[in-house]
Ligand binder design. Structure first.
Ligand code: UDP
Ligand code: MG
Length: 200
């Protein structure tokens, strides 16, 4: 199986690139942000809890997102693997993901980290806020807080994967096509196998 963790700060382009990578490698795209927004739209109890935290730019508790991922991994389906977008967001979540994948006789293949500087992230998110309908994209203060939370709680995950030889940084500035091509090359290089055998 190929299991990709697509990593990076808010606004780095994870969602856009995850969709393209999922197509290229035939992977199931799992975005915990999208799953949480779905819960919010459906007005579930979980959605109400999530909305409160998301609007403030805080993280939803580990156990909540871990169990969302656990139920998606349990679902029987024929896939060559998954692409995790916006998850894990803490080292505890990264450890939980390893445990869950081990149960399924699988593992994380590579962590691809999109690098974008802070002023560009803020620009992109404010621009997205004009059309996304997302409260957390509207104000510079909330966006800055999300970036601070990323630096404090999420960025330490880099060391976690680096120590396993799975960390792969990618320049996140450039055209969507260019970045997508670089990500694709990185997946193939990290697996050091030709694409035809990657799907086995
Ligand atoms: N979120 C979270 N845990 C997750 C995914 C999302 O707490 O696993 C929350 C968090 O408040 C985050 C927001 O949902 O700021 C939006 O997440 P998403 O990944 O969609 O945003 P992005 O970082 O891609 O802009
Ligand atoms: Mg996203």
């Amino acid at each position: 199986m190929i299991n990709l963790v697509l990593f990076g700060p808010p606004g780095a382009g994870k969602g856009t690139q995850a969709i393209l990578l999922a197509k290229t490698f035939n992977l199931v795209h799992l975005s915990t942000g999208d799953l949480l927004r779905h819960e919010i739209a459906e007005k579930t109890d979980l959605g109400r809890l999530a909305a409160e935290l998301i609007d403030k730019g805080e993280l939803v508790p580990d156990e909540v997102v871990i169990s969302m991922i656990e139920s998606r991994l349990k679902k029987p389906r024929s896939t060559v693997g998954f692409i995790f977008d916006g998850f894990p967001r803490t080292v505890a979540q990264a450890q939980a993901l390893d445990r869950l994948l081990t149960k399924h006789h699988s593992k994380v293949s590579v962590m691809l980290c999109l690098a974008v500087d802070k002023p560009e992230l803020i620009n992109r998110l404010l621009k997205r806020g004009l059309t996304s309908g997302r409260c957390d994209d509207l104000e510079a203060a909330t966006i800055e807080h999300r970036i601070d939370v990323y630096n404090e709680k999420t960025a330490p995950i880099i060391n976690y994967y680096e120590s396993q030889g799975k960390y792969y940084p990618i320049q996140g500035l450039g055209s969507i096509e260019e970045i997508s091509e670089n990500l694709k090359q990185a997946v193939m290089r990290m697996s050091s196998k030709p694409i035809s055998t990657l799907n086995q």
